[in-house]
Design a protein around this ligand. Structure first.
Ligand code: GLA
Length: 387
């Protein structure tokens, strides 16, 4: 797996001179709080120990040259004429970030960049947010820009929304920027305030990658967002002043359930109950009650499956095989859905048994192999060279 020394050597071979620095931006896993961020709600993600690395040196000719080492592809563009690339889609995360920096009035020049990542692409672990945030941070350091973490995260989200064309919320870019080692962050996606919550020491965060590409994800994601907005529109007739599903309680939803078409009611029920689960989950972790947190993870999965309809049978099989293992506190689909990864909280002593059991059960149920790895809550974006 790529590290700082490896990417420095790649840079020197490719560009014929040494990089000035290496930046690292992690992937993320969300412990609980799914599809709540774009409803002004609560999430509890952690940055992980898989990351995107960029080695970089400044250029004075207003050009950016990039080598994507994992793909063995290169790209080059002038910073004053940035358009989206149809043939190098990976480059759009970089192009979009540079454009966002310029649009925000920052004074920058060109750069030579080498990129390599250990975050699996398209697996729902935020490889794209990692690339956006790493790019922004590289330019911040190369040109001495004064950008707060929150601002960098918002710029990366804007890049994703307006340049790449994915209508995501703020969770991924925020945790990739501001993650803290050994902690998850409880983020209030309305005002972007956050609190660090210790990850339990007696449990491991285990990621199971289903290796199912999230093909339906983009269209279904936009549809879910629209259904949530529709719910707010209808409910605001009887609950004036609400701005998002975040403002509605389960009790209020029940009172006004007749007003909503059944699919819209289901979507709202997921979001509202999920917000409640995030807050109860944080209270449980703070009280040292990992079992209760695990129970809430399981309930979150059921709600994503039955009310939000973003799971698929293979993901349900992966979650069910995890939940059956003794020593597994809880397990759920993590990220947008329709494939990707699950996250499980597993008692430290049970991890090896868990790996074996889940891999075998998933293979038996689906004919597919899962990749299973233990991860640790890591720091958000940072410079790793020079130290
Ligand atoms: C994707 C989006 C996030 C969030 C999750 C679902 O990861 O990028 O903003 O909405 O899906 O919780």
């Amino acid at each position: 797996m790529i590290d700082a020394a490896g990417i420095q050597a790649l840079f020197a071979t490719h560009f014929g001179h040494a990089p000035g620095m290496v930046v690292r931006a992690p992937g993320r896993v969300n412990l609980i709080g799914e599809h709540t961020d774009y409803n002004d709600g609560f999430v509890l993600p952690a940055a992980i120990d898989r990351a995107t690395f960029i080695a970089a040196a400044p250029r004075s000719d207003r050009r950016v040259r990039v080598f994507a080492a994992d793909l063995n592809e290169s790209d080059e563009f002038a910073i004053d004429h940035i358009e989206s690339s149809g043939i190098r889609p990976w480059s759009n995360y970089i192009r979009g970030m540079v454009r966002a920096l310029l649009a925000a009035g920052h004074v920058i020049n060109g750069a030579d960049l080498v990129v390599s990542s250990s975050v699996p692409r398209g697996a729902g672990l935020s490889s794209s947010a990692a690339l956006e945030v790493a790019t922004g941070y590289v330019f911040q350091l190369l040109y001495g820009l004064n950008i707060l973490g929150e601002e960098l995260a918002l710029m990366a989200q804007a890049t994703e929304n307006h340049f790449v064309g994915v209508n995501c919320g703020i969770m991924d870019q925020f945790i990739v920027t501001l993650g803290q080692a050994h902690h998850a962050l409880l983020i209030d996606c309305r005002d972007l305030s956050y609190q660090a919550v210790s990850v339990p020491e007696n449990a491991a965060i285990v990621i199971c990658d289903s290796h199912i590409e999230r093909s339906l994800a983009a269209s279904a994601y936009n549809q879910r967002r629209a259904e949530c907005e529709h719910a707010v529109e209808i409910l605001s007739a009887s609950l004036p002043g609400i701005k998002a599903l975040r403002d509605v309680t389960s009790q209020q939803l029940q009172q006004h359930s007749q007003a909503l078409p059944s699919i819209v009611l289901q979507r709202a029920r997921h979001v509202i109950s999920e917000n409640e689960r995030v807050l109860s989950g944080v209270a449980a972790l703070r009280a040292g009650n990992v079992a209760e947190f695990g129970r809430l993870m399981n309930a979150s999965h059921a709600s994503m499956r039955d009310d939000y309809n973003v799971s698929i049978p293979e993901m349900d099989a992966l979650v069910a095989s995890a939940q059956r293992v003794s020593g597994c506190y809880g397990s759920r689909l993590t990220g947008a859905g329709f494939g990707g990864c699950t996250v499980s909280l597993v008692e430290n002593g049970a991890v090896e048994h868990f790996r074996h059991e889940v891999a075998a059960a998933y293979l038996a149920a689906t004919g597919r192999s899962a990749s299973i790895y233990v991860t640790h809550a890591a720091d958000g974006v940072g410079r790793i060279r020079p130290e």
